[in-house]
Design a protein around this ligand. Structure first.
Ligand code: ZN
Length: 136
């Protein structure tokens, strides 16, 4: 998990995106992106640590696509937020294939991917699509 966070941070860095990893937010304060400032505030206290790679990839997508983080106090913000999620999933699938250990090769499937990154089930169809595109 950490290795994927590290690679996402590297990707952000290579694109001039600043990521502020903060531990001063509450466990239910969503991370967010400020495209105009190419900055991401990443809440390291997030209650579900497994979601962090998806959260970070999602915020990177906001910067790449120059779309503001939806303004909402809902903790379900990261769920089902259209384009940013689709892009985030394709980024994570790429890392999932590149950095999975050889001993874990049998884990390469949609269900394990969904579990590993705590992808909400409403996003399953996006994961399916990315996996399918990969094996076309
Ligand atoms: Zn968002």
């Amino acid at each position: 998990m950490d290795v994927i966070i590290k690679h996402l941070l590297g990707l952000a860095f290579n694109h001039g995106i600043g990521v502020v990893e903060t531990r001063s937010l509450t466990s239910h304060t969503p991370s967010f992106a400020v495209p105009k400032k190419k900055t991401i505030i990443l809440n390291m206290n997030w209650y579900n640590e497994r979601e962090l790679p998806l959260v970070l990839a999602h915020e990177i997508a906001h910067i790449f696509k120059d779309t503001e983080t939806a303004t909402t106090t809902s903790t379900t913000h990261i769920k089902c937020e259209g384009a940013a999620d689709a892009y985030a999933i394709s980024l994570l699938v790429q890392y999932y294939y590149e950095y999975i250990l050889e001993s874990e090769i049998t884990l390469l499937n949609i269900e394990n991917f969904m579990t590993m990154f705590a992808v909400p089930s409403c996003e399953r169809w996006k994961v399916v699509k990315v996996f399918e595109d990969r094996f076309k």
